[in-house]
Design a protein around this ligand. Structure first.
Ligand SMILES: [Zn+2]
Length: 148
């Protein structure tokens, strides 16, 4: 993703993208997170990040840290760590399960959106394959491997 968009996501959601430790290995640094996917997925990542920020604001989860965000087989892969808020002892498991479910539902929406969104431009796209090469692309941005 281009630097301007990476900085925009990182500075709008520092609790998600600038909170982790030991992230240098994936190309992150103190000013921005490195998103290993195309610019076309910026909007879906922004929407997902907004929902996670809300969960952090509501103190449902703490110590959230995105670890790696990348494209694999033409779909979004999002790796992150977080801890649950301190739940009351009684009903703790159910409360944690509900929080986990909420997080996973947002992630599923983002992953499904990535499978329908051109990774280059953000317009509607479809999953395409060619000789083991996978890409979610619109008609304009689909480049079969043979022509690359
Ligand atoms: Zn496109």
């Amino acid at each position: 993703m281009n630097l301007e968009l990476e900085i925009k996501l990182s500075t709008d959601f520092p609790a998600i993208y600038l909170s982790g430790e030991g992230l240098e290995g994936h190309g992150h640094n103190a000013t921005h997170f490195h998103f290993e996917c195309g610019d076309g997925w910026f909007a879906l990542l922004y929407e997902f990040s907004s929902k996670i920020q809300k969960m952090i604001d509501e103190k449902k989860i703490t110590k959230f840290a995105a670890q790696q965000v990348k494209e694999k087989y033409a779909e979004l892969r999002y790796y992150a760590s977080y801890e649950f808020k301190e739940c009351e002892r009684e009903g703790k498991e159910e409360e944690e399960a509900a929080i986990d479910k909420e997080f996973r539902s947002y992630l599923t929406i983002a992953e499904e959106a990535s499978g329908k969104t051109c990774e280059t431009c953000g317009l509607p796209g479809v999953l395409r394959t060619d000789s083991g090469w996978y890409s979610t692309a619109c008609d304009v941005h689909w480049k079969p491997r043979a022509t690359k």
